[in-house]
Write a protein that binds this ligand. Structure first.
Ligand code: FES
Length: 69
């Protein structure tokens, strides 16, 4: 789904950027150009970043905690 219409950026691209290390809107804007024109997409893009970070936190303990294995 398109999140940033001005720059034709999808939620999938935002999630991929987050998976590659993007952690905040400044980084996302620098990486993809999200919210660099009208700014209408900024809140939605930030929400996708937050969701991605929360998902990563839920997954990381299983990956990095040897005692959980
Ligand atoms: S919709 Fe993203 S800058 Fe306009």
């Amino acid at each position: 789904m398109y999140v940033c219409i001005c720059n034709a950026i999808t939620d999938k691209q935002i999630r991929q950027a987050a998976d590659a290390g993007v952690r905040n809107m400044w980084q996302l804007q620098a990486e993809l150009g999200v919210a660099s024109n009208c700014g209408a997409c900024k809140e939605h893009a930030a929400e996708i970043l937050r969701e991605n970070r929360q998902q990563a936190r839920r997954i990381e303990p299983e990956i990095y905690c040897p005692s959980a294995a």
